[in-house]
Design a protein around this ligand. Sequence first.
Ligand code: SF4
Length: 472
Amino acid sequence: MKSLAPQASFGGGRVLAADYAWEEEGLFISVRLDGEVWEFRDREILDPRYTAVDRQRRIKERVRLGIRRLFERVYGLAESPWGILEGVRPMKMVHAMLDRGFPPEELRGILLEVYALSPKKAQLLLEVAAKQRPYFHANPNNPISIYVGIPFCPTRCSYCSFAAYPLATHGHLLKGFLQALHREIEAVGGLIKELQLQVESVYLGGGTPTTVQGAELERLLSLMRENLFTAETREFTVEAGRPETLSRDTLRLLKEGGAQRICINPQTMHDATLQAIGRKHTVAQVREAFALAREVGIPLINMDIILGLPGEELAQVRGTLEEIAALGPDNLTVHSLALKRASTLRKNLEQVYIAQEQGEAMVDLARDYALSWGMQPYYLYRQRHILGDLENIGYALPGTHSIYNIQMMEERQSILALGGGGVSKLVAPDLTLRRQVNPKCPAAYSAQINEHLADKLKLLREHFSGSGPNSN
Ligand code: SF4
């Protein structure tokens, strides 16, 4: 309640209450706040395509809508473009409805009416769903995808919440970490062969994997190719991330190591902001790394930007997008800054309101640029405490969608995660998930590798061979 309307006060006889009843004509909901009442009779939920679980969920959804509507009346709560849709993966709900047989046009109406989405967001979800569905497979456990995490970075960005240890303070752990990682790659590779798993996509992320350089990088890439790739592997992405790690030699190693897609992430094309957020590289280095990557022949380049960075308004975002236009990447990923301290949001409603309006304008601007380059949105997710209640969107030129990003986000394919902080997601045929988490800290990862591998291999064998609770 407080996060919806920080000025709301309760107690002293103020009551918020909700009732529901299943009647012949549908679900009846009544929500009351002091003298104000919101009532609704939902007939649509009687549609036979809905399951018993959907009907249970609908009670909560309607109550949530009622509370929102009353808060708009009583506390002047602004409408949210995402309505009552909560959680970080709005696409999952859309896909579940498409699975149940609701055609997109009918689904659009439900998104507007039940979830109170703005027409723009409803359109976005349907567009993205149409791009993603051809990538879904009947079996979530064959093919699979692979993630390998390198939890080191040149420096730590001030907004970072990933497994990322700065080289200056943790570089001495890199060697031991790589030795342990090699063991994990060989062990998981053995299992892939034994169980005859097909690997569709491989992602080397982090952190910044290109903090590993020279012969060590070459060895890592060749071990990955030998052990984790199969005849079906269609995509290999390296999150090269920080441009200061990308010399011509490093980029050549990536190309020779089979990287078809790399990410060079400026976040902003303004030096002052880069310094302010602790990135310690320059805009010139981004341009140079991009040109070198094209020169060595890496087929696809993605660039990440963040909207709402400190000190940046619409003009700065426009400047960044103009610079990126001049480079011409194949993919653009647009993040909205996720503000980690929820308390800051709660304390200052006015600030949040401004952020929401500005954030929306920035999101629209980035979308206009991406569309003008011929890109289309193909995946999206949200984060907690994200600027202006917005979203992160991946755009791609036709035919350059990242398979890994789609599979990882929609959780319809098992993903085996190796390395620091990797979270394996094992998907059951009914699309329920079991997770297995690798230690984030490189010292813990190296020290625990033996027990960790024993547990992991047991779990994976159970899952893939049919004896586990979530297996096929
Ligand atoms: S480059 Fe990425 S992973 Fe590394 S510190 Fe910055 S935000 Fe975190």
